[in-house]
Write a protein that binds this ligand. Sequence first.
Ligand code: ZN
Length: 243
Amino acid sequence: MDRSFALIRPGGHHAFKDHGHGFCFTNNTSIMIKKALKKYDLDRVLLWDWDAHHFDGTQSIFYENKNVLTISTHQDGRTLFPGTGSIEENGKGKGRGYNMNIPLKPGSSDKAYLEVTEKILKPAAASFKPDLLVIQAGQDNHYTDPLTDLDLTAKGYARLMKKAVETAKKHCNSKTVSILGGGYGIEGGLPYTNLAVIAAMAKLDTSNIREPKKYEKPDLSKKLTETRRLINKIKQEHPFKFR
Ligand SMILES: [Zn+2]
């Protein structure tokens, strides 16, 4: 099997090595990555945590580790729990440069995420050459989510996962493990986003993925100016990843 989606909860990305935090008691994603590195004798794992919240626990666990490139896209910490996740938090010691934070403004929506995927995730993967791609698939970016304001659509999620699948095909023989993270629109976005990402992972047709009907759709026509500015700043923080 090349690609798998673990429909379990939680991924646990707020849990630290020695204490729980923010709905998370144990950091299941980090435990899985450490186990995979050892059991399968891997050199490099790329984790993309696309949950709306910053992965503070996961970041702390791998902060000095150069074998795990940790990338978090999340809603800017000045507007959402846990408040961390600035672009300057980029690793320490041997792990310097191997932690990347991409704090996005509320309302960023599909276009901004796709731009980040093209301009950050893909070149970073090309430089890092992972053996395994892990996705902490937080579905709480959807526009119906009651806790967050990032305004992604289910179709947008399908497109993100397609990009992830392409990236894994190119760099790690398609080896991908995705683990469900947050997602609090239980009767809203969650079933739609889960269907979207699972279909995209299975390479099924996603053209009929739709949005929940009774919610107002976000404005998808916003300009990318702020996101592009952020991407340029991140590239300066991580120069060797983008040569
Ligand atoms: Zn979350």
